[in-house]
Design a protein around this ligand. Structure first.
Ligand code: 5GP
Ligand code: MN
Length: 322
C-alpha cells in the first residue's frame, strides 16, 4: 500500500492535504509534515483545515502552510486525507475539492469508512503521525527537523505522552528516530503541555467544580452549556484534554464530556480506561466513531436528554463487564 501511495504522490503535481475539523495535533501535525515533504519534492501543495491552524498549534513549524478552504472548488491531481475517519469530518474542505482528484485516505481510526480510492487504515498505530513516519521511512523521505517536530507532536499528543493503549516499541522507535532527526523535546513539550491560555485554566476550574459521578462512581462526566461557554469566554479548542482530568480518578472506567452546540446538537467526547469498555462502539450507536478508548459523536437533542441516553448505554456496558 505504501508503494502505491508513494508513487501516486510522486507522480502528481497539484496535491491537496487535509484532516478533520476541530483538529488536534495529530491531524494538523500530520497535515503539515506531509505538506512539508511534498513541497520539498517540488509539488504544488495546498493544505486545508475547516478550522485553519488554531492559535494553540502555532508552535508547529510550518503551521502557516495550513489555511481554511475557499468557497469555490479547485482542481487537484491527488487529495491526501489524514487522520479523518469519515468524509463528513472534513467539513467544508470537501466542497473545495473539484471532481477528478485521486482520494488517498491515511488514518488510524478503527471506525474509518474507507471513503478514499486508496485507503491505508492501520488501527494498530496510536497516531496518524506514526503511520506517516513509517510511510516516510519506507519511501526514503528525508525527515527534516520541522517534519520530525510535527510528527513527534502528532504521536505525543495522541498517545497522551506515550502512555495510552497502543503505545508500544514501535511508538518509541518512531519517537527515538524523530528525536535523532532534530526534535527539541523539552521546548516542544512545554509548548504542547505547559502553555494553556488562562481562559482554558478557568474552564478546567469550572469543570472540576461541576464534575459528576455516575454508575457507582465508574463514570465521571462534565457538561458545558452554551451559556457557561459564553460566560467563561472559552473557545471550542479549549475543551481538548479537560476530560483527561475526569478519567484520572481511581475507579473511574469512563469519562464523558457533553458540550452543547449552537446547532441543536450535543458534542459527546468519551474516554475509556478499561479495554473491556469500548467507547467507539458506544459512539457508533450515536452515529459517531473514533478509537476503542477515545471516541466522540454529535447527537441531536438537549444536553440532558443526550446525557441520560449516552450514560445509560455506557453504564450498561460497564455492568456487562462486572
Ligand atoms: P475527541 O473526544 O477528542 O473530540 O475525539 C476522540 C476521537 O473520536 C478522535 O479520534 C475523533 O476523531 C473521534 N471523534 C470525535 N468526534 C467524532 C464524531 O462526531 N464522529 C466520528 N466519527 N468520530 C469522532
Ligand atoms: Mn489521530
Amino acid at each position: 500500500m505504501f508503494d502505491s501511495i508513494a508513487s501516486a504522490l510522486r507522480g502528481a503535481n497539484r496535491i491537496a492535504v487535509a484532516s478533520h475539523l476541530r483538529p488536534d495535533a495529530d491531524a494538523l501535525g500530520s497535515t503539515i509534515a506531509a505538506a512539508l515533504w511534498l513541497k520539498s519534492e517540488g509539488k504544488d501543495v495546498t493544505a486545508w483545515n475547516e478550522d485553519g491552524t488554531l492559535t494553540k498549534f502555532h508552535y508547529l513549524p510550518g503551521h502557516e502552510l495550513v489555511s481554511t478552504p475557499p468557497a469555490t472548488p479547485e482542481k487537484f491531481d491527488v487529495f491526501l486525507i489524514l487522520d479523518t475517519s469519515v468524509k463528513k469530518r472534513l467539513g467544508t474542505v470537501v466542497d473545495a475539492i473539484a471532481p477528478g482528484a485521486l482520494w488517498i485516505n491515511m488514518d488510524h481510526h478503527v471506525s474509518n469508512e474507507l471513503f478514499g480510492e486508496i485507503n491505508h487504515v492501520d488501527p494498530s498505530a496510536p497516531a496518524t503521525g506514526q503511520i506517516l513516519f513509517e510511510f516516510f521511512r519506507h519511501a526514503g523521505v528525508r525527515i527534516t527537523p520541522a517534519i520530525a517536530t510535527n510528527l513527534f507532536a502528532a504521536i505525543s499528543t495522541d498517545t497522551g505522552s506515550f502512555q495510552y493503549q497502543g503505545t508500544n516499541a514501535r511508538t518509541f522507535d518512531a519517537g527515538s528516530a524523530l528525536v535523532s532527526a532534530g526534535v527539541d523535546v523539552a521546548t516542544l513539550s512545554r509548548a504542547m503541555y505547559e502553555s494553556q491560555p488562562k481562559r482554558r485554566f478557568e474552564l478546567l476550574r469550572f469543570a472540576l467544580n461541576r464534575a459528576e459521578f455516575h454508575c457507582e462512581d465508574r463514570i465521571a462526566t462534565f457538561s458545558l452549556t452554551l451559556e457557561d461557554a459564553a460566560r467563561l469566554a472559552v473557545l471550542p479548542e479549549d475543551n481538548e484534554g479537560i476530560i483527561d482530568n475526569l478519567r484520572s480518578v481511581e475507579g473511574v472506567l469512563s469519562a464523558i464530556f457533553f458540550e452543547e452546540l449552537p446547532d441543536g446538537k450535543v458534542r459527546v467526547s468519551a474516554r475509556s480506561k478499561d479495554p473491556a469498555i469500548d467507547v467507539c462502539k458506544v459512539c457508533q450507536i450515536f452515529k459517531g466513531g473514533g478509537h476503542p478508548m477515545a471516541a466522540g459523536a454529535r447527537v441531536h437533542g438537549t444536553l440532558d436528554r443526550v446525557k441520560q441516553d449516552f450514560l445509560k448505554v455506557v453504564c450498561d456496558e460497564i455492568r456487562k463487564r462486572d
